[in-house]
Design a protein around this ligand. Structure first.
Ligand code: BTN
Length: 252
């Protein structure tokens, strides 16, 4: 079913929201809007992306009318070194909204994948553009299947809950949750977000994982987050390593 952006605008009347039939990547559209000085909270989404971007140079599968593919421009009153914590806050917001609307209990895989069990339902990509952060969110909502090579690792809300989900309710709930979590970060500081993330994520501490980092694979047990939101890993060899970026997956 086509997305009805008017339903979202009725619920969030002050929000600047652009919804496109097709684009290459909403990251590029949002970066242009950010450079042109759009207000914080501006959203650009698309029914389909022809060049959807993922983290670590990957692409994002953007099947027409099945998911939510959108980017939010945020102008936050935070020092740049706190950007990793914004990433965690956005993941928390998406997880909270997904559970509120669909009833599905979800997990967070550091830094910001939203998981249904061991499968990914949402990816988040954050880029800095001048004074703004562009937060790209790809949520698999009503997909009935996925192509190789992600068929074994991705799922959608429809597949995980057994019923089609309303994309307009999900988008409105996610945007409201982002506002609440960014406000929490600005008013109460990063430790409030780090506490929530540690509670919500089974990956934050005590989890056996493999971490891919610039060609190498580290193996160990997660040991919490440091004060900047980076993941601590107790490597099997005995060293404690701070993971700044990279793909984390469960040891299996
Ligand atoms: C990841 O690799 O997990 C991050 C995926 C981010 C995908 C979203 S879809 C909307 C926005 N536009 C893009 O091109 N990417 C992000």
């Amino acid at each position: 079913m086509p997305f009805d952006a008017d339903l979202v605008s009725e619920r969030l009347p002050r929000r600047m929201l652009l919804w496109l039939e097709e684009t290459d990547s909403t990251m590029l559209d949002a970066a242009r809007l950010a450079s042109a000085g759009c207000p914080s909270g501006t959203v650009v989404g698309a029914e389909r992306q022809t060049a959807g971007q993922g983290r670590l140079g990957r692409s994002w599968h953007s099947e027409k009318e099945s998911g939510l593919y959108f980017s939010v421009v945020l102008r936050v009153a935070l020092p740049p070194e706190q950007t990793p914590v914004v990433t965690l806050a956005i993941g928390l917001a998406v997880a909270e909204a997904v559970t509120e609307v669909s009833g599905l209990a979800v997990d967070l895989r550091w830094p910001n994948d939203v998981m249904a069990g061991d499968r990914k339902i949402c990816g988040i990509l954050i880029e800095q553009h001048h004074q703004a952060l562009v937060c790209g969110i790809g949520l698999n909502v009503n997909h009935e299947s996925f192509p190789e090579p992600i068929a074994a690792t991705a799922t959608s809300l429809r597949l995980a809950t057994g019923r089609a989900q309303n994309r307009e309710s999900l988008l409105a709930a996610i945007l409201e949750a982002i506002d609440r979590h960014v406000d929490l970060l600005e008013t109460q500081g990063k430790s409030a977000v780090l506490r929530l993330f540690t509670r919500a994520s089974s990956y934050a501490a005590g989890r056996r994982v493999l971490v891919e980092q610039s060609g190498a694979v580290l193996r160990g047990t997660t040991a919490g987050l440091d004060e900047n939101g980076f993941l601590l890993l107790d490597e099997d060899g005995g060293a404690r390593t701070v993971i700044l970026a990279g793909g984390v997956r469960p040891e299996s």
